[in-house]
Design a protein around this ligand. Structure first.
Ligand code: AP5
Length: 253
C-alpha cells in the first residue's frame, strides 16, 4: 500500500482544502516519541507509506512558517526559540494544533511527530482527542544512545520544498545536495548546530522523556529500539503494532 497524503490541512490550518483518499483499512492513530534525531521523521515517512496514515509534525509547521513574509509576533518568538534549540511555549504549540484539530479525524488516521512534548501538551492532546471523538491507539517510543543520535543529526540534510530527509552517509540523495523527489536544494537545519543540539537534548530530557511514564501508565506506550537501518526499525515498529493489535491486519504490511 502506498497512499500519499497531501497534508494541506495540516500546513494551512484550513480543513476543507484537504482531499484525503478514504482509508481502505483500519485508521491508525499514533504518536511518535523520542529524542531529537532518533529518526522519528524517517520512521513517520515509512510508517505512513505502509499504513496510509497522515504525518502530522509540529516541527514541519514551524519550519514552513519560516518562509512567511510577516509572521505574527507569537510566531516570531516561536521561531527564535526553535533556532536556539529550545521548546516553543506550550500555549503557542497547543493553539496551533487546536487550529488543526480536524486532522485528528483524518480518514486515514494520523501519526503525530513532535507533539506532545510536555506534560501540558499531552493533557491538551487528550482534551482535543476527546473533542474530536477519537482515541489514541499507541505511542511508539524510540530509544538510541546519544553518540549515535549526534552522528544522525550532524549528517542530516533536508529538502525545504517537499520536507524529504536525507543523511550524508546513511541515506544520501542520488545527486549530492539535490532532493531525489522534487529536485529541491538540500539544506542543513539551523538547529542541527552543536550548541542547538545540546539545548534540544536538555529540553528532551527535562520535558519530553517524562512523557514515557505518562503514556506507560495509560497503557499506550510501545518501546522500540531505534538502532539499525530505517527498514529494520520500521519492521520492529510494525511487529510491535502487530503484537499490540493481534488479529488486526496491518494493511498487507
Ligand atoms: P522537530 O522537527 O520535531 O525536531 P526533533 O524532535 O528535534 O526531531 P528531529 O526532526 O530533529 O529528528 P527526528 O527524530 O525526526 O530524526 P530524522 O528522521 O530527521 O522539532 C524542531 C523544533 O521545533 C524543536 O526543537 C522545537 O523548537 C520546535 N517544536 C516542534 N514541536 C514542538 C512542540 N510540540 N513543543 C515545543 N516545541 C516544538 O533523522 C535524523 C537523521 O538521521 C536524518 O539525517 C536521517 O536520514 C538519519 N536517520 C534516520 N534513521 C536512521 C537510521 N536508522 N540509521 C541511520 N541514519 C538514520
Amino acid at each position: 500500500m502506498n497512499v500519499q497524503r497531501n497534508r494541506v490541512s495540516w500546513f494551512s490550518g484550513v480543513e476543507s482544502r484537504c482531499e484525503q483518499p478514504t482509508a481502505p483499512h483500519r485508521a491508525y492513530r499514533l504518536v511518535l516519541l523520542g529524542p531529537p534525531g532518533v529518526g522519528k521523521g524517517t520512521q513517520a515517512e515509512l510508517l505512513c507509506e505502509t499504513l496510509g496514515t497522515c504525518h502530522l509534525s509540529t516541527g514541519d509547521i514551524f519550519r514552513a512558517a519560516q518562509c512567511e513574509q510577516q509572521p505574527s509576533p507569537a510566531l516570531q518568538r516561536a521561531l527564535e526559540a526553535m533556532r536556539r534549540g529550545e521548546l516553543v511555549s506550550d500555549d503557542v504549540v497547543v493553539s496551533i494544533v487546536r487550529e488543526r484539530a480536524g486532522c485528528l479525524r483524518c480518514r486515514g488516521g494520523f501519526l503525530l511527530d513532535g507533539f506532545p512534548r510536555t506534560r501540558a501538551q499531552a493533557e491538551a492532546l487528550d482534551v482535543l482527542l476527546g473533542e474530536q471523538g477519537v482515541t489514541l491507539d499507541a505511542v511508539l517510543s524510540y530509544e538510541l544512545p546519544l553518540e549515535e543520535i549526534v552522528v544522525r543529526l550532524s549528517g542530516r540534510r533536508t529538502c525545504p520544498e517537499c520536507k524529504a530527509v536525507y543523511h550524508t552517509q546513511t541515506r544520501p540523495p542520488r545527486a549530492e545536495g539535490v532532493c531525489d523527489q522534487c529536485g529541491g536544494k538540500l539544506m542543513q537545519r539551523e538547529d542541527d548546530r552543536p550548541e542547538s543540539i545540546r539545548i534540544r537534548m536538555r529540553a528532551y530530557e527535562e520535558s519530553t522523556r517524562p512523557l514515557t511514564d505518562y503514556y506507560e501508565s495509560g497503557g499506550n506506550l510501545v518501546p522500540v529500539r531505534a538502532s539499525g537501518t530505517p527498514e529494520e526499525i520500521l519492521a520492529r515498529s510494525l511487529d510491535s503494532l502487530r503484537e499490540r493489535f493481534a488479529g488486526i491486519g496491518l494493511n498487507g504490511a
